[in-house]
Design a protein around this ligand. Structure first.
Ligand code: PLP
Length: 429
């Protein structure tokens, strides 16, 4: 091998100490506090190396072998590897690894499968859907005609009868399943049946759970969906970015919808980093990680029940849980702020049929991809549940509450010190 030139942190420190300090402080924040944001995880040093590489300098509009620029032989190899690894890992006919993000992947999928004004049926935002599933603030709700399905009030699980009724009444061009804060498995076979009956395409937005699919911890949507869109930076532990898997007959439409319709030049450093992550995701170690992520989420949810919180749908089958805090008399935004003060990063979250505004919310969402990549297991989840329980009940406006939050913060520090990662040699060598 020749010479690799990677990030020179010393040069940055010398030339731009302000930004160097941001990088140092963020490594410290990630290492020294607890990361329970369900859509985050920690990427490997290999993924980071590809991201910080000189591939970022290269313009490569087009696809391998058909570029609008010269000098693409090296980046072509990276993209061909990423595509081959994605197809192999997910048993997909076709993969497009160029989307800059999950939202960009969804824009391309809409563009490939529907026309502006077409009805699109997807889970409503208040029940766990994503902005790109029909929010009026987003292209999906402005340029398409969104129809929202919900969960049932009693089980809080997807109301498949309602999905079918809406599909037959509105005849959508596209039906979407896959969500941002839904803790249960989705019945892809049922969605396929409904889409076939209504003459619609089925798109699965697997942004949140594609890493669990890669690790064989949850069922794959690929055999059922016309198109699967996803992010690469959540439980898959790759770079920030998106990816689309589809059937062979839709491949050309998807490729044209990504470039030139939705995007210009691909980020070849991110494409190479996706290839690295996709190789890692095929290893036995990653399978162990994905399965432990689900076991940890179950243990964390059970621990939070013991703290007086109610898990939406009664529990979890994946990497996240949504907890209703109504019985504690604490609202989601207060809980988020209190936990932050104790060094625990999580987010407020609406519960189904939430009486509160989204900025207040009655619940919180917790996820286990990050803490599992640090090596934590069920015992630590029980400890974390206890820490969250104390933090959520501690009102910082009272002297006792402020003391509890400080004590909880110390316990968080002790816990994370037992699970070190991104040591100095790895990040700053
Ligand atoms: N789809 C779902 C279900 C998501 O949860 C998200 C992000 O959280 C996205 C799409 C968008 O991904 P990105 O933030 O990369 O645009």
């Amino acid at each position: 091998m020749g010479t690799f030139w990677g990030p020179d942190f010393g040069a940055l420190e010398r030339d731009d100490p302000e930004i160097a300090a941001v990088l140092v402080d963020e490594v410290a924040r990630q290492r020294d506090t607890l990361q329970l944001i369900a859509s985050e995880s920690f990427m490997s040093p290999g993924v980071l190396a590809a991201l910080g590489s000189t591939l970022a300098n290269k313009y490569a509009e087009g696809y391998p072998g058909h570029r609008y620029y010269g000098g693409c032989a090296q980046v072509d190899r990276a993209e061909e590897l990423a595509v081959a690894r994605a197809k192999d890992l997910f048993s997909a006919d076709h993969a497009n690894v160029q989307p800059h993000s999950g939202a960009s992947a969804n824009l391309a999928a809409y563009a490939a499968l529907a026309e502006p004004g077409d009805p699109v049926l997807a889970m409503g935002l208040p029940y766990g859907g994503h902005l790109t599933h029909g929010s009026k603030a987003n292209f999906s709700g402005k340029w398409f005609h969104p129809i929202a399905y919900r969960v049932t009030p009693d089980t809080e699980e997807i109301d498949y009868d309602e999905v079918r009724d809406l599909a037959l009444a509105h005849r959508p061009k596209l039906i979407i399943c896959g969500a941002t804060s839904y803790p249960r498995l989705i019945d892809f076979a049922r969605f396929r049946e409904i889409a076939d009956e209504a003459g619609a395409y089925l798109m699965v937005d697997a942004a949140h759970f594609i890493g669990l699919v890669a690790g064989r911890a949850v069922p794959s949507p690929v055999p059922y969906a016309d198109v699967v869109t996803c992010t690469t930076h959540k439980a898959l532990r790759g770079p920030r970015g998106g990816m689309i898997l589809c059937r062979a007959d839709l491949a050309q439409r998807i490729d044209k919808a990504v470039f030139p319709f939705a995007q210009g030049g691909p980020m070849m450093h991110a494409v190479a980093a996706k290839a690295v992550a996709l190789r890692e995701a095929g290893t036995p170690e990653f399978r162990g990680y994905a399965q432990q992520t689900v076991r940890n989420a179950r243990a964390l949810a059970a621990g939070l029940v013991a703290e007086g919180m109610r898990p939406v749908t009664g529990g979890t089958d994946n990497h996240l849980a949504v907890l209703d805090l109504s019985d504690l008399g604490v609202r989601g935004h207060e809980a988020e702020a209190r936990c932050a003060q104790a060094g625990i990063a999580l987010n407020k979250n609406a519960i189904p049929f939430d009486p509160e505004k989204p900025a207040v919310a009655s619940g919180i969402r917790v996820g286990t991809p990050s803490v599992t990549s640090q090596g934590m297991r069920e015992g630590e989840m029980r400890q974390i549940a206890g820490l969250i329980g104390v933090a959520v009940r501690s009102d910082p406006a009272t002297a006792a509450g402020a003391d509890w939050l400080a004590e909880t913060g110390e316990e968080v520090s002790e816990l994370v010190r037992r699970f070190p990662f991104y040591t100095e040699q790895e990040v700053m060598a």
